[in-house]
Design a protein around this ligand. Sequence first.
Ligand SMILES: [Zn+2]
Ligand SMILES: [Zn+2]
Ligand SMILES: [Zn+2]
Length: 358
Amino acid sequence: MNQSMPIEPVRKPTPMLSQTTTSDAKNYDEDLKMIQDKQKEFDGILKTLVTRMETLGATVTSLDSTVVQLNNKIDQQQQYLEQMIDGRIHAFEQNIEMLQDELNNWMNLDLNIFFSLKMMNKIAYSYIDEHLISPSLICPICLEVLEDPHTHTPCDSAFCRSCLLQLSEPFCPICRWTWDDTIPLQYNIHLPKANRLIRNMLDDLLVQCIYCHTVRRRGQFEHECQSAEERLVRNDIQIIPRKTLGHFQMILYILGTVIFLLCIYYYQKYIFEKVIDHRNEIIKDIGYNIDYFLLENIYYLIRKIVEYSMTIFIMSICFWFSIIFFGDRFTSRKNSRILKTLLETSIIINLIAYSVSN
Ligand SMILES: [Zn+2]
Ligand SMILES: [Zn+2]
Ligand SMILES: [Zn+2]
């Protein structure tokens, strides 16, 4: 529609052409030509305008498409970010779960160690004449001799405290009566400690230590026959082996003593040199007189003191090594006291002998 509109004014002047003069006609022709040229020019401009419009439209559509693309990209990014954050949160949650599992495992391990230690204490003795033990002292749950017995008052039967605590349901295995397991055992009036007679009978049972084989009454079984450390090693619970620790300690001791000896050697040398220098200075100043004699004596005394301290030091090193190699078998309190008095008397005798000889 817009393209056909400008052509109409060109047709209008044609009916008036016959009535005009030749010059007018010529002018008219020129005008017409000019108008036609203008028309063409205008058409050209219009065309370029149209093409411009088209290109503009195209760019607008392309812009639209880019906007859509950008929107898509933004959406994608958002989705990606959301997924990533979700993934991170999920991973974090998984980590927390893993940590919790680990913690639970550790707790269980600790409990296991605790229970195994308890079990170790429990099986640290065996009963003498087990077949003669009265059936009334046997726990109906574990079928072993009662440990820390509690009585179920409705049926008057005794169970180990640990067996009662390990029951999955709060049912008495003898009379099937139930109790409130939310109350701690020591406050449950239906499950008091077994009466004194039963406990005394249990305490009077003869047991034998499985390590040192001494026979005692169960009530007085507690004794120190073997270090807990060795028992732990026997039960394969990992601790640092004693042997490697011993070697490491020995190397450290030897290094320490070598350094100490070197220090003493150099210190002694330094002191002696200083004393000798000082003496030489005095001799230079005063000449040979009574000071020289005194200085000689002081020098001798210092040497003696150093010698004594060295002997004491060497003896203590010997003690050290004897302890390292033989344990503390030779270093009881009595032995060390005797050795100390021996050393002291020897020093005193030496000093007296020295003073008398002068
Ligand atoms: Zn019962
Ligand atoms: Zn039991
Ligand atoms: Zn023992």
